[in-house]
Design a protein around this ligand. Structure first.
Ligand SMILES: Cc1ncc(COP(=O)(O)O)c(C=O)c1O
Length: 501
């Protein structure tokens, strides 16, 4: 392979190699499954150091474009969009939801954990990856404990261990965020980061902007704080910015909560232009942004840098977590806080729970420092991508035409949008009676909304095929003319079935 390099360009050589190969892969000129030249042969043919090629390949791997196979070299990933674009017809009505908060998060969280513990369930409802091998974790955990010795049992600083903050700062360079370890606060999952930030920015009775649908755990915190919620609808491109501006003007909210990359629950990732425009509006109306990037690193293809990377004046607080990539039980998340907001948030963290478990921090540090995390992410993305494709194919095959769904660029799930007259609660109940558990979309709206389901694709192809087939059959039953003419229940029964008027 020959790559034309500009050795006098300010753009470093490893980035030129990455960009060149990235273009070839994304245009299909290097097809999925093809092996890339070995590190040695490429470094010889273009006359660069082997480390330069390693650096470029690592970035392509982090972008989700290639993966390494032990002892065999680097291979091009399959991209998720090929062959499926024709059915990405997600275009919900653009209705703003104004709410005093109706969170059902507590009930939803506990009942779904309970349901998941049943045997023989195909669980499409989870917001987490399937459990990683515990052998592997035990090994890393033992090594982390041996290395840190007795220190692991001592109390620690509220901001989190410096070594972990340094490793996170290094990791964030790849998605485009340059921050110092001092600007990072380690939190008990990103749920705590959300809670700390929302308490910091909001008072009881303040207006806050969220996307609808959005992460129900965030809605739960807002309800608890007594904040008043303005739900701005998602389009296929992200939050509707025209409506956002209208409500920034009329309600003067104190915070915008956004999940810009691999949004929960829709899986949508916004473009660079959308991010720029959202930040511009936030600055214009002096409204801080809370950017939740919980699915960071799970992208199948390159995604734009976070909004925080564009923020020069400390309008954006950024949060993320290791729950979605490692194990949710570790409870390690973090926030990036710059400027005058940092010190008050560190204090608030101290008052909340002193600091995050030193054992969990040591395990995550070991995973990051040893390079295991990078390899683990690469394997996870490859298997998630395969499973996502299997689910998209199954949806094509088994779901009725009236159902729309999103095509995510990564993450763990996709979002299906059902016609308005379908009784979502009854559909979820029928599915559970056939051992298929789905996340009822109603939980992701602060009241109102449309019938929808979030479907996690981290399953074996057999389970996906079987589960989607069952769901497809149930949905078709509710769409038959007989159901529509005879089955539309009375008002009382409509409420019981969760039918929206
Ligand atoms: C968007 C989003 N933010 C935050 C969280 C909280 O995750 P954790 O506290 O496990 O990091 C979740 C979990 O589902 C989520 O989906």
């Amino acid at each position: 392979m020959n790559i034309l390099l500009d050795r006098h360009s300010p753009n470093p050589i490893y980035l030129q190699i990455r960009d060149y190969l990235s273009r070839l892969i994304q245009s299909g000129k290097i097809p999925a499954g093809q092996k890339l030249p070995s590190i040695r042969s490429l470094s010889e043919s273009i006359q660069v150091n082997k480390l330069t090629v390693i650096e470029a390949y690592s970035l392509l791997e982090a972008d989700g474009l290639i993966h390494a196979r032990q002892g065999s070299g680097y291979f091009v990933n399959r991209t998720v969009t090929s062959g499926f674009t024709k059915r990405s017809n997600f275009a919900p009505a653009q209705e703003v939801i104004i709410s005093e908060g109706e969170g059902s998060f507590f009930h939803q969280y506990t009942s779904s954990i309970q349901a998941r513990r049943q045997q023989n369930i195909i669980d499409f409802s989870s917001g987490f990856p399937s459990a990683s091998s515990s052998n592997y974790l035990q090994k890393i955990a033992k090594r982390a404990l041996t290395k840190t010795g007795d220190n692991v049992f001592k109390e620690d600083f509220p901001q989190g261990q410096l070594v972990l903050r340094e490793l996170i700062a290094q990791m964030l360079v790849q998605p485009g965020l340059e921050v110092s370890p001092e600007e990072i606060i380690i939190t008990s999952g990103s749920q705590q980061a959300l809670s700390l930030a929302m308490q910091y920015y909001l008072q009881k009775g303040d207006w806050v902007i969220v996307e609808t649908p959005t992460y129900h755990g965030a809605l739960g915190i807002l309800e608890n704080l007594g904040a008043k919620v303005i739900g701005i609808p998602m389009t296929a491109e992200g939050m509707n910015l025209e409506l956002l501006e209208q409500y920034l003007k009329s309600h003067r909210p104190k915070l915008i909560y956004t999940i810009s990359t691999l949004h929960n629950p829709t899986g949508i990732t916004t473009s660079q232009e959308h991010r720029q425009a959202l930040l511009g509006l936030a600055q214009q109306y002096e409204c801080p942004i809370l950017e939740d990037n919980a699915y960071e690193g799970l992208n199948f293809e390159p995604v734009p840098a976070p909004i925080k990377a564009l923020d020069r004046d400390n309008w954006v607080t950024y949060i993320s977590t290791f729950s979605k990539t490692l194990m949710p039980g570790l409870r390690v998340g973090y926030m990036v806080v710059t400027g005058e907001h940092r010190q008050p948030l560190v204090k608030q963290k101290l008052l909340n729970d002193l600091h995050v478990s030193t054992v969990s921090q040591a395990i995550v540090s070991e995973l990051l420092a040893s390079g295991h995390y990078r390899r683990h992410l690469s394997r996870l993305r490859t298997s998630n991508l395969q499973n996502c494709n299997v689910m998209l194919q199954a949806l094509e095959r088994y779901f009725p035409d009236a159902i729309a769904w999103t095509i995510p660029k990564g993450g763990l799930f996709l979002w299906t949008h059902l016609p308005n007259h379908l009784p979502i609660q009854a559909i979820c109940r029928d599915a559970l009676s056939e051992h298929v558990l789905v996340a009822n979309g109603a939980a992701f709206f602060p009241g109102g909304g449309y019938p929808a389901m979030r479907l996690n694709f981290c399953h074996t192809p057999e389970d996906i095929e079987q589960g989607i087939k069952i769901l497809g059959r149930i949905l078709k039953n509710y769409l038959t003319p007989t159901y529509i003419s005879l089955g539309l229940p009375s008002q009382g029964r409509r409420q019981e079935l969760g039918v929206r008027s």
